[in-house]
Design a protein around this ligand. Structure first.
Ligand code: TRP
Length: 326
């Protein structure tokens, strides 16, 4: 039986942080062995919140370096830029006729973004970005989409659009499923629900050991644990969440020590720093090699774009034929 297909993507915001890894990249890396997988750089999506495109290319390169350094294999999972495959915009236009404005206005992810970024007037393309995302996924007839929790509403919109198209014109698209990791979200260093570049509360995959140490030193912990021997509440502490992810074998002891008041935040953070640094060490090593060979990174993108283009053209032929657009 043919393998199921995965399509996922990220906006090129530059160097990736642990939240990207835990919420998405780790999942992609694991899934690439069992699925036919494709990963896109959502460079057009950047425009929804930032019209300045001068950093998009360098941010793309930085992000692709992190993908490679973390273990995504372009032989198994071609990478490509959305802007290089014109079929995305064509399908986006058709899909924009298959969904109502009211449906898009109900989307909680766009609402959260508008609030977090303090956007006064939402542009049309921002409201419609899940429609472009639906085109990204369905152009490759993706069966599954590994995403973070915040993107689940967009997969629901994608399914609705697929259904609507298939009912109206005939069967072209699958209804894709979201694939979530257990750790769909990693809190930020300031205690916010998630790490995010705009909130400036991240640990980057490229942060050196000293930087990680300093960032964690300043991280927010349980506000009720003021002195070392005060009993703490691991369940409200973001450092404990990091332990759960990067120190699963030590997690129980950390929680017990924190609750009993025998483990202070300084020591707990030191242990966490060590674990995160040993996780990052091989990524940083690989990154150094790639940073010195940008040509290779560009080549990987171009090869991915050739592979993706073939599929995109084939889907659009099918779409046009079903719509009797010649
Ligand atoms: N909207 C996603 C984000 O902001 C990025 C994205 C664009 C995407 N196209 C996609 C994710 C297709 C999954 C599938 O993070």
């Amino acid at each position: 039986m043919a393998k199921k297909r995965i399509l996922s993507g990220m906006r090129p915001t530059g160097k990736l942080h642990l939240g990207h890894y835990v919420g998405a990249l780790e999942n992609w890396i694991e899934l690439q062995n069992n699925y036919d997988s494709y990963h896109l750089v959502a460079d057009y999506h950047v425009l929804t919140t930032d019209l300045d495109t001068s950093n998009v290319y360098s941010n793309t390169i930085e992000m692709v370096i992190d993908w490679l350094a973390a273990g995504l294999d372009p032989e198994k999972s071609p990478f490509f830029r959305q802007s290089q495959i014109k079929e995305h915009t064509e399908l986006f236009l058709i899909f924009s006729m298959l969904i109502t404005q009211a449906r898009l206005e109900r989307n909680p992810t766009v609402k959260d973004q508008v609030r977090d970024l303090n956007i006064q007037n939402v542009i049309y393309g921002h409201l419609g970005y899940p429609v472009l995302q639906s085109a990204d996924i369905l152009l490759y007839r993706g069966d599954a989409v590994p995403v973070g929790e915040d993107q689940v509403p967009h997969i629901e919109i994608t399914r609705e659009i697929a259904r609507k198209f298939n009912n109206q014109y005939g069967n072209v698209f699958p209804e894709p499923e979201p694939l979530l990791t257990k750790f769909a979200r990693l809190p930020g260093l300031d205690g916010s629900a998630k790490m995010s570049k705009s909130l400036n509360n991240t640990i980057l995959l490229s942060d050196d050991p000293e930087t990680v140490k300093n960032k964690l030193r300043k991280a927010v912990t349980d506000p009720k644990k003021i002195r070392k021997n005060d009993p703490g509440r691991p369940e409200v502490c973001l450092v404990y969440t990091y332990h759960k992810k990067f120190n699963p074998e030590g997690e129980a002891e950390i929680a017990a020590g924190c609750r009993a008041g025998t483990l202070g935040c300084v020591d707990c953070k030191m242990m966490c720093t060590e674990k995160i640094n040993s996780f990052l060490e091989p990524i940083i090593e690989k990154r150094k090699v790639l940073e010195n060979d940008i040509k290779k990174v560009e080549e990987i993108l171009h090869e991915g774009e050739t592979a993706a283009k073939k599929i995109a053209v084939n889907t659009m032929e099918d779409v046009r034929s079903k719509m009797q657009l010649g």
